[in-house]
Design a protein around this ligand. Structure first.
Ligand code: GDP
Ligand code: K
Ligand code: MG
Length: 289
């Protein structure tokens, strides 16, 4: 019997949800950074095998909403909670298990749970065994799986546990589908990732990116994107002295995009100031939230 189902990834900010999705799918679909609240959307990755198809969703980390943007982000978490066949609850193994289990309890999940102890590369083997025992004693997980999403360790074992819990069914997507997100969206996210990488403090959180032009030319793809910030000072920082910072941003983003679309890219970036985009429904809608 063919198996198919929806599997959603939950956990605190920085637990490694996006890294795990990418490790499972084998493509960089979700952007990653050491900063919290990097992921703002629910991102789907589809894994197809002759025997099964799994539709994974990465979600923003679970937080208390402070802005309308946060409310939209938590809406993405909630909708993911309600339609999963299996929930992957992931935690950083270095963090408090009590706190994480308390959070997971508060989700009141009715679907089968796999508890993932991530970042096992940071933990001694004997300490990991203790953690696994404590996680099993929680009693709510059908399986407890240690992984290193970063080093792609434990992924096969995790997939076996997921498949065991999947319902029978036909595939939802054609077998070459990787994600429900458009290339334009993923490209905007890659640029946003570089903003998280290059700029500090409030800048990444006040920034969004939209791709305004995506043209496949004969020898290259021409992409134009707008980087939206909330203040003139932020625009100045992103541009940098004589445009130095935005050139660096452009180079890093272009390299990443070229790897992903496997074509040469000409990338043009503009910075725009939109005062309160994070708390304005019209702007949020325009920017895809
Ligand atoms: P998210 O907020 O849950 O989506 O977490 P990310 O996937 O963005 O990862 C947060 C940080 O943890 C990044 O700096 C990752 O490189 C790092 N990270 C993720 N998985 C692992 C892992 O298995 N081992 C280690 N050492 N770091 C990891
Ligand atoms: K993160
Ligand atoms: Mg993430």
């Amino acid at each position: 019997m063919h198996k198919a189902g929806f599997v959603n990834i939950f956990g605190k900010p920085n637990a490694g949800k996006s890294t795990l999705l990418n490790a499972i799918i084998g493509e960089k679909l979700a952007i990653i950074s050491p900063k919290v609240q990097t992921t703002r959307h629910r991102i789907t990755g589809v894994l197809t095998d002759p025997a099964y198809q799994i539709v994974f969703s990465d979600t923003p980390g679970i937080i208390d909403p402070k802005y309308k943007l946060h409310e939209k982000m938590m809406g993405a978490v909630k909708s993911a909670l309600e339609d999963a066949d299996v929930a992957l609850l992931i935690m950083d193994s270095k963090e408090s298990m009590e706190e994480n289990l308390e959070l997971f309890d508060s989700l009141k999940l009715k679907v089968p749970i796999i508890l993932i102890l991530n970042k096992m590369d940071n933990i001694l083997k004997e300490d990991m065994e203790v953690l696994i025992e404590r996680a099993k004693a929680w009693g709510k997980a059908a399986a407890v799986v240690p992984v290193s999403a970063m080093q792609k360790k434990g992924i096969k074992e995790l997939l076996a546990e997921i498949v065991a819990l999947l319902p029978n069914g036909n595939p939802f997507y054609p077998d070459d589908t990787l994600t429900d997100k458009s290339t334009r969206f993923l490209v905007a996210e890659m640029i946003r990732e570089k903003v998280f990488q290059l700029f500090e403090e409030e800048i990444p959180y006040h920034t969004t990116v939209i791709v305004t032009q995506f043209q496949e030319k004969e020898t290259l793809t021409k992409i134009t994107a707008e980087i939206i910030v909330t203040r003139d000072t932020q625009k100045g920082i992103i541009l940098g002295e004589k445009g130095k910072s935005i050139r660096e941003l452009g180079t890093l983003a272009r390299q990443e995009i070229e790897k992903f679309i496997e074509r040469k890219v000409f990338l043009e970036l503009f910075v725009k100031v939109r005062g309160k985009w994070r708390d304005n429904d019209t702007f949020l809608k325009e920017y895809g939230y």
